[in-house]
Structures are given as C-alpha cells and as structure tokens.
Design a protein around this ligand. Structure first.
Ligand code: SF4
Length: 359
C-alpha cells in the first residue's frame, strides 16, 4: 500500500520512529534523521551520508522535510537579526536573534498574528490568522540556529514573538519536546521561557508538564480595569486568578516567575502603580522586567522618560523585588517587543492589511 509523503519536520522522535517502522524502515534511523535535521541543519536527504543509498532513495520518495524559508533578513546596528520566514502556505512569520543577552537568544513565534489584541502591540492588530504547527514552531529554531552559526552552541529560546503560546498549547508543547530531543538540538527546558498573557486553564496545564519551561507573565497593569483595557483577555482571566495560579505554580529551586511590564507614559507608570505592583506580587517568587514601550505608528501610547522608568524601578527595588529594565534591541529594524508584523505577505487577512496601512 502506498503512503502519502510524511513531513519529518512535523514529528517528534517517537512519532518518527513509528512512521518509519510503518514503512518497513528500522526505528533507529529516526535518531540519525533527527541528528541531520536538528543538529546539523541538513534537510537534503542526499547529504545524509550515514544512511545507505537504498534508504536515501526510499526516503526521498516517501518523505518531505518542510522548513520555513528565509525571505527577509534585517540586521540591526546592535547585532539583532530579524528573519521573515515563509511557511508552506505562503503565510509569513518573524523570528528574531538577539545576541549577548547575556547569552544568545532566539525569539520565536507560535501563531501567525495573535488573537489577544493587546493595545500596545502591532501583532495584536493583525488578529489571529492561524496557529503554527509544532513543526513550524521548532522549524524557526532550526532555521535561526543554522543562519546564525549557532547549531553547536547553547542558546536560549523565548516564546515571545508573534502569538500567545498558551492559545496554541498542544503545538507549542510538542515543539518544545522536539527541540529537547537528545539526538536533536537537546535544548534544556531551563533555556526556554514561555511568555503568556495568563490564560488560566493553560497555566494550570503547564503546571503539570514534565518538560517545564520558565514562565513569564505579561502583566502590564496593576488593576483589572487598567489591564482589561491593555490586555483584553484579562476580562476572562482577571489579575487575582492569574496571580493565584502563579502562587501555586511549581517552581524549581532558585527559579522565579518573570513578570513583564510594558511601561506606557501616563498610563501605568506612576509611583502608585509601582507600589500596587509590589503588593500584588507579595508571596510569589518573582522578578520584574520593565519594558519601556517601543513606540510605533498606529499604537496610541508613548514611551515614558528614563527618569520615570528609574523611579518606578527604584520603588520596586526598595520593596525587595528583583527588577530589570529591558534594553530595547533591534528597534531600527522593528524587531523589538510588540513590533513584529509581517510586511509583504502574499496572502494577507483584512486585519493584516489594515495593520500594514497603519504602519
Ligand atoms: S503582546 Fe503578545 S499576546 Fe498581546 S497581542 Fe501582542 S503577540 Fe499577542
């Protein structure tokens, strides 16, 4: 019986073993294939020289290895690189390489667009176009690692690109398992940070995952009224519920939950906000990452002054919170937080087109 071609890039190691076995190929070849695809960045079966010629011919007629294609590669003066990647259906996403942060970091997307509609985020303006598959999420890391010469070096991954990872839970977690596989890139979950607006059922599932990434909560506000205006999912999952899950979230020794706080001038940057924030985080092993807004046309907020950011940070530090102020990277190439939006996609949704017109 003939099988349709299978996409090796979409399979975790166990699935790949099973798929090979179903085609009469020995399971151990899955590990070899994983090494080629993930560790060496090779997707051309003819170059997989430790496979017999016969096996290569068999595979060539039965499998594909779909890989996002680089169609844009912008380099910032600070070394940040923003790749525009085209998927098999011609949708486009962005993935960012941020060097020296202090280690090397890949910021990847989990969806085309995003349904969360955060008020300060260009991606949110696109609406959700579709979820990424696990293969497309992991594929961004393969492409970034190969393009930046990092295949043999340790790197961090942050799920902070386009999309809300917990809104695409199963594919995101499967991608992390694929990236963790020891015959592939063997990325430790300690090197991965999942950033979420706080989808409570997703957080509860995450708390039970055997392979648990670091957790970052995009908080951005200290009252429900303020947060619902900035992060609309707060209407369904208010602050108290999110923080309650955080309080009981199983953390390894020495690890903490990061709370991200985009600072918007005159909106959420007052000393009262800082004091309320410190109070909200009482009892949670946390650190706070302040992100002064990267302003963009179409986003109705301004960046606060450095003095205002410093004062806010000082109030938190005085209350014994660990606080950092994120240095903006890649602003000249629109690779900074909340600035990821695909330009020039061949099939745009109405929301994408609108967002592009507003740029
Ligand atoms: S900030 Fe994140 S969750 Fe909010 S709209 Fe943008 S991509 Fe989505």
């Amino acid at each position: 019986m003939s099988h349709p071609p299978i996409d090796l890039a979409a399979l975790d190691l166990g699935e790949l073993e099973a798929a090979l076995e179903a085609r009469g190929v020995e399971r151990f070849h899955a590990r070899q294939l994983y090494r080629w695809i993930y560790k060496r960045g090779v997707t051309d079966i003819d170059r997989m020289t430790d496979l017999s010629r016969t096996l290569r011919e068999t595979l060539k007629s039965q499998v594909i290895i779909s890989t996002p294609q680089i169609v844009g590669d912008d380099r910032s003066v600070d070394g940040t690189r923003k790749l525009v990647l085209e998927l098999a259906d011609a949708r486009r996403i962005e993935a960012v390489f941020i060097p020296d942060t202090p280690s090397m970091t890949f910021c990847i997307s989990t969806q085309v667009g995003c349904a969360m509609a955060c008020g300060f985020c260009l991606t949110g303006r696109m609406g959700l176009v579709r979820h990424l598959t696990a293969g497309e999420i992991a594929g961004q890391v393969r492409v970034l690692a190969a393009a930046t010469g990092m295949l043999d070096h340790p790197f961090n991954i942050v799920l902070m690109g386009m999309g809300e990872p917990l809104h695409n839970y199963d594919n995101t977690m499967k991608a992390l398992r694929m990236l963790h596989a020891e015959h592939g890139l063997a990325v430790s979950p300690r090197r991965v940070t999942l950033s979420t607006v706080g989808i409570v059922p997703g957080l509860e599932r995450l708390a039970r995952e055997p392979l648990m990434p670091n957790l970052a909560i995009s908080l951005h506000a200290t009252t429900d009224e303020q947060r619902t205006a900035l992060v609309p999912p707060n209407r369904k999952y208010p602050l108290a519920e999110i923080l309650a899950v955080c309080r009981r979230f199983p953390l390894k020794r020495r690890s903490r939950i990061t709370f991200e706080y985009v600072m918007l001038a005159g909106v959420n940057d007052t000393p009262e906000d800082a004091r309320r924030l410190a109070k909200l985080l009482t009892g949670i092993k946390s650190k706070v990452n302040l992100i002064p807004l990267n302003p963009a046309p179409g986003i109705p907020y301004e960046r606060p002054s450095d003095e205002r950011v410093d004062r806010f940070a000082q109030i938190l530090a005085d209350r014994h919170l660990t606080v950092s102020v994120r240095k903006s990277r890649g602003r000249d190439i629109r690779a900074a937080c909340g600035q990821l939006i695909v330009e020039g996609g061949t099939r745009r949704s109405a929301a994408q087109t609108m967002a592009l017109l507003m740029k």
